[in-house]
Ligand binder design. Structure first.
Ligand SMILES: Cc1cc2nc3c(=O)[nH]c(=O)nc-3n(C[C@H](O)[C@H](O)[C@H](O)COP(=O)(O)OP(=O)(O)OC[C@H]3O[C@@H](n4cnc5c(N)ncnc54)[C@H](O)[C@@H]3O)c2cc1C
Length: 385
């Protein structure tokens, strides 16, 4: 058992419920187990398996099963319990749970000392339409199968595939699809549609320059400053943002990556405890994409921040339950971010946003970061900061 500074355990066991078994939830689980033997943990997640979603675009190369770890396996590995359920979380429930220290999941009443809300971000909903795929579809079926099934049903010789959204997810999918079509020797036209003229707007400008150059080399069409309005059977409806003109272009398959629209972004103090109307709920913590901390640390919606918040609140839960009750503020800043551009290229920043890396060095950084997370899931913590 590793030693946690400022933590002198109390005498009794503590009960922790973690709602959400994504990156943040896993970081809470593994960190609690790393520092304490007197913790009983229940994980509530509607899925049967933990999904390493940061690799989802790679399912054009690898089976989806490579990204899944059954919660039943994690139950054995970390001696915890998984309940397959979705919990409705809102302000009133959170206040109630803080006061009661129990909650109901299905027919069961679960008591707790600490509750962690780590339910992630919500992706923007769109009307279901024929020939449209969203991130949700890729969570259930590998990209390769989805693409082959759809294109197999198209009679056109050179079908059009449209990717909507040039954030990190859209761009990573775009280049994976490009490479997949090449490998499979499938003739198809690929186009990217984006609401602004820059791609990867949330990253340093160099990302846009690098990616747009690569898109031209790969003959990927780019409809910039263009809003997606909808998809009919074989056409995509688009609106030019400047002129307001609406056009219909052929699109036999459209992939929507419209980003996140957060309905519930839980506000927390610097220690990760949820605050509602300026009142702290001392036994209810939050981490990951569903949280925003009032602290100098990074609230970026990234796996790196989710893991760091999860690890921090696990340490703070233990300290809060112990004799000293000295909590640690959240100060983490991401030290880089790499966007994959297919299997052999990537663009990223490292240490400072001005330090842009591409190609093999960028791929290597990404590999290191992903391996660190794989090790954490095995119970081996290699995170230094
Ligand atoms: C394709 C793709 C690539 C990405 N690449 C990167 C990358 O390279 N680097 C990076 O830092 N970030 C990347 N991200 C972002 C990263 O995946 C997220 O920031 C990260 O997953 C957030 O972790 P989280 O634990 O908050 O949420 P999630 O990992 O989304 O986990 C949330 C969990 O909560 C569960 N849940 C949801 N609602 C409920 C409920 N009501 N009750 C119970 N459980 C619930 C869900 O089933 C899920 O298991 C990528 C995202 C995508 C989609």
């Amino acid at each position: 058992m590793a030693l946690l500074p400022f933590y002198i355990p109390g005498r009794r066991r503590i009960n922790v419920i973690i709602v959400g078994g994504g990156y943040a939830g896993m970081a809470v689980l593994t960190t609690l187990k790393q520092y304490a033997s007197n913790v009983d943990i229940t994980l509530v997640d509607p899925g049967a398996q933990h999904l390493k979603i940061t690799h989802l675009h790679e399912t054009f190369r690898y089976p989806l099963s490579d990204l899944l770890t059954p919660f039943s396996e994690l139950e054995k590995r970390f001696n915890c319990r998984h309940i397959q359920a979705s919990l409705t979380v809102n302000d009133a429930m959170l206040r109630q749970w803080q006061a009661d220290r129990y909650l109901a999941v299905g027919n069961e009443i679960l008591t707790f000392d600490y509750l962690v809300v780590a339910t992630g971000g919500e992706t923007q909903e769109s009307e279901p339409a024929t020939n449209v795929l969203t991130l949700q579809d890729f969570m259930h079926t590998a990209g390769s199968s989805l693409l082959l099934n759809h294109l197999g049903a198209v009679a056109t010789e050179e079908p059009f595939i449209s990717v909507v959204g040039a954030g990190a997810t859209g761009i990573q999918f775009l280049f994976e699809i490009h490479q997949f079509l090449n490998r499979q020797k499938i003739k198809a036209r690929l186009r990217l549609i984006n609401a602004s003229e820059q791609v990867l707007v949330q990253f340093p400008r160099g990302f846009d320059t690098y990616v747009q150059t690569l898109m031209r080399e790969c003959c990927i069409d780019f409809a910039a400053n263009t809003r997606y309005l909808g998809q009919t059977d074989q056409e995509i409806l688009l609106e030019d943002k400047q002129s307001g003109n609406v056009t219909a272009l052929p699109s036999h398959l459209t992939l929507l990556f419209l980003g996140k629209k957060q309905k519930h972004l839980w506000s927390a103090n610097a220690f990760g405890q949820i605050t509602i109307d300026h009142k702290i709920l001392p036994h209810v913590f939050t981490a990951g994409d569903c949280s925003t901390y009032r602290s100098p640390g990074s609230n970026v919606q990234s796996a790196q921040s989710a893991v760091r918040k999860g690890k921090l609140i696990a340490r703070n839960i233990l300290r809060h339950s112990g004799l000293l009750k000295i909590l640690e503020p959240y100060l983490h800043h991401d030290i880089g971010y790499v966007v994959n551009l297919g299997p052999t290229d990537a663009v990223g920043w490292l240490v400072t946003e001005g330090n842009i890396v591409t190609g093999l060095p960028a791929l290597t950084i990404k590999e290191i970061v992903e391996t660190q997370y794989d090790l954490l899931l095995m119970g081996i913590d290699t995170y230094v900061i």
